[in-house]
Ligand binder design. Structure first.
Ligand code: NAP
Length: 289
């Protein structure tokens, strides 16, 4: 029988939802968790989960200067970080034309720049030790897209791309990176956490109003169970050969498979034009289908 190895996790956004469930799952399995929150009351509630192993860290992931200082202090106080889970993030809902560049900046600050700053803070230690796990919580919206959340999808596509490329940079150091892409899970994501840009352009009513209404109605009734996502996260961490990305939920898998199929058809339909652009190629820029 092998003795379980208890690890130190750093999980961002443990006040609710997936982050809270990930932290509870890891604590229940005997691990130590440094969990970031933004409010003192959330810090107290988190510490109360396991007073000797749940260590709250008050941190906004968009405070990029504070991140390395906070991570160094937490490592000194609690111990070296074996697993970083970049979970904190939120959804912006709004038609692109109605949404501001500030909305886009905020979305990317929380969902892309913050996670990158967190990775940069833990990487020197992981690289020195030649081991470590980084799990970036992306979304099925980082692979498939839906109208009305273009900024959110863009941020999650960005984090997917960064994760995949970073995994290649780190492979020889024994550090593994996985993008964990949930479908719809029952959390505060579509409720109190969502940033909704007010509707102003009537032309979009037919597309956007039903989507916004459906998302409101679905909030609290999503099929995904955060506690089960936490078990998947633990399995990922224990795996000797973790995947580059892992989708969670029937909805995510079904939509991803549909997209892959559609991409394959589209690639084939435009194959000749795609291949017509090299020097010396005389296949002609005409559509093949
Ligand atoms: P949630 O219940 O709203 O939890 C979001 C967490 O992120 C909260 O702890 C929140 O803290 C924290 N957070 C947000 N912005 C932050 C910032 N700037 N700095 C620090 N913490 C911040 O929603 P969730 O569904 O669990 O979301 C967790 C992750 O899963 C997100 O990255 C989300 O995009 C992703 N995701 C969710 C779903 C889903 O269906 N639920 C699907 C795909 C992906 P506060 O309490 O302080 O606001």
């Amino acid at each position: 029988m092998t003795t379980p190895t208890f690890k130190t996790f750093l999980i961002t956004g443990v006040s609710s939802g997936l982050g809270r469930a990930f932290a509870e799952g890891a604590l229940h399995a005997g691990h130590r968790v440094i969990g970031t929150v933004r409010r003192a009351a959330d810090a107290e509630a988190f510490a109360a989960l396991a007073p000797d192993r749940a260590h709250p860290l008050v941190l906004d992931v968009t405070d990029f200067d504070a991140i390395p200082v906070a991570v160094t202090a937490a490592e000194r106080q609690v111990g070296i970080i074996d697993v970083l889970v970049n979970n904190a993030g939120y959804g912006h809902e709004g038609v692109l034309e109605e949404s501001s560049i500030d909305d886009l900046h905020r979305q990317f600050s929380a969902n892309v720049f913050g996670p990158v700053a967190m990775m940069k803070a833990v990487l020197p230690g992981m690289r020195e030790r030649r081991r470590g796990r980084i799990i970036n919580v992306t979304s099925m919206g980082g692979f498939i897209t839906m109208p009305g959340i273009s900024f959110y999808c863009g941020s999650k596509f960005a984090l997917e791309g960064i994760s995949e490329a970073l995994g290649k940079e780190l492979a020889s150091f024994g550090i593994r990176v996985t993008a964990l892409a949930p479908g719809q899970f029952r959390t505060d994501w579509a409720g109190r956490s969502m940033d909704r840009t007010p509707r102003t352009i009537g032309d979009y009513d037919a597309v956007m109003d039903p989507i916004r209404a459906a998302r409101h109605a679905k909030s609290g009734n999503q099929p995904g169970d955060p506690a089960k996502a936490a078990q998947a996260l633990l399995a990922l961490v224990e795996s000797a050969n973790p995947p580059v990305r892992l989708f969670l939920g029937d909805d995510a898998l079904d939509l991803v498979e549909q997209k892959l199929e559609a991409m394959k058809v589209e690639l084939g339909a435009w194959d000749t034009l795609s291949r017509s652009t090299s020097f010396g190629c005389d296949r002609g820029a005409t559509r093949s289908a």
